[in-house]
Ligand binder design. Structure first.
Ligand code: PLP
Ligand code: SF4
Length: 385
């Protein structure tokens, strides 16, 4: 069997960038000057870390806490992405990567696992929610930690890359569940692994489940474009059917470096899709979304999903009311071709699954909440504001 966990032998360019990404307040303050809301975030973080350290000392237990409280994901931004930011604290790219004090506020109904991933996990790392497809959490690491991330119970924590024993269990499961025809490699960002590790995992999966259709979701073409080497693109091509799903939220993320990364993938023959999260202050207007989806189409990326934001703890400042999201998408529908228009979807909180908001809008409202009927016929709630 192919071994995973092969150490990185040679430092490549992207790897150096990866290691030098900004991860501390001190380092960040050397590059940009922080706004009051950003400073306040770090002040509170430091206060809570001091408290955690004191409590730990009092208990004298070595439980190995990271010092980052649950629900708060650590800072991580590559210098490349920082170079794209405007100086305005409300810059749409800046909002996505620099934390603000609002992250400390948990809104009503917000949780750390809004999609109920854990409910549908038959074996560690695997989420099997829909009959014919499953999601594999390959690693909890991302190169950039997005401040609105909904997988905060997992991202940037301590589980690391999937272990051989975990992969063995996943393979046993997939072998006894032939109804799973598609596997989505996600995380974290699977491309934060080296080619050796990532493709060793892919090859192991394919060896045991030949013909399974693979997807990989990644943000790296826009946050660390140098990751997409020509060699990477050809390795993906040689393992087809293998779809690349780009997570991109703003047209300015499609800078020339990102264009080159996408061109490499498309030229190698890798099919490209995109997913976007609808985020307040980032992309919640028709012009920005129209430009984003047109730019993607021009770069041979088919806009696949526009996601309504999930109820992740500390992300209410990013959420757009559902009614407004539906208005935006109606506006887009009258302007864009079906090729350029993604599906607008919401993951029903608590494991209700994805619903297409344009095809199955909420049934009714009740006490400030929208009531949805899941495909299985159960009722789910989502706050109106
Ligand atoms: C979104 C998702 C999928 C894939 O769904 P598609 O609509 O086919 O893109 C699979 N599994 C889980 C758990 C998901 O959240
Ligand atoms: S790349 Fe995806 S998984 Fe990673 S922090 Fe951003 S949204 Fe979360």
């Amino acid at each position: 069997m192919v071994r995973i966990g092969v150490p990185i032998r040679k430092l490549t360019h992207w790897n150096i960038e990866f290691r030098r990404r900004v991860r501390t307040r001190k380092d960040l303050e050397r590059k940009i000057s922080l706004s009051p809301a950003e400073i306040e975030f770090f002040d509170r973080l430091e206060a809570s870390q001091n408290k955690a350290v004191q409590e730990q000392a009092a208990r004298e237990s070595g439980s190995g806490t990271t010092g980052v409280p649950g629900g708060i994901i650590p800072l991580a931004v590559p210098n490349y992405y920082l170079s794209l930011l405007g100086s305005d604290p409300a810059d749409p790219l800046r909002l996505q990567c620099i934390p603000r004090v609002e992250e400390w506020e948990a809104g009503p109904l917000e949780t750390e696992d809004p999609l109920g991933d854990r409910m549908y996990s038959p074996v560690s790392r695997l989420v099997h929610r829909y009959r014919d497809r499953a999601l594999l959490l390959v690693t909890d690491q991302c190169v950039m930690n997005c401040r609105f991330c909904f997988r905060r119970h997992f991202v940037g924590k301590t589980q690391g890359t999937i272990r051989q024993s975990e992969l063995d269990h996943v393979i046993d499961y997939l072998k006894t569940h032939p109804e799973v025809k598609e596997l989505i490699l996600s995380g974290g960002d699977p491309l934060s692994l080296s080619d050796e590790r990532l493709f060793a995992i892919v090859d192991t999966l394919r060896f045991h489940r030949p013909g399974i259709v693979l997807r990989v979701s990644s943000r790296l073409p826009v946050v660390l474009p140098s990751r997409i080497t020509r060699r990477f693109a050809y390795q993906m091509r040689s393992r087809q059917p293998f779809w690349f799903v780009l997570h991109v939220n703003h047209p300015r993320e499609l800078a020339p470096e990102a264009d080159l990364a996408l061109k490499r993938l498309a030229d190698a023959g890798v099919p490209l899709l995109s997913q976007t999260v609808l985020l307040r202050g980032v992309n919640d207007d028709v012009q920005t979304l129209e430009e984003l989806f047109r730019s993607l189409t021009a770069r041979r990326v088919k806009p696949y999903y526009l996601f309504h934001a999930d109820l992740a703890r500390g992300t209410s400042h990013f959420r757009v009311p559902l009614e407004r999201g539906m208005d935006l998408v109606r506006g887009l529908k009258s302007r864009l071709s079906s090729l350029a228009l993604p599906g607008y979807a919401l993951d029903l909180p608590g494991g209700g699954g994805k619903v297409s908001l344009m095809d199955s809008p909420p049934m009714r409202e009740e006490e400030g909440e929208w009531i949805f009927l899941s495909p299985e016929g159960q009722e789910y709630r989502y706050p109106k504001e």
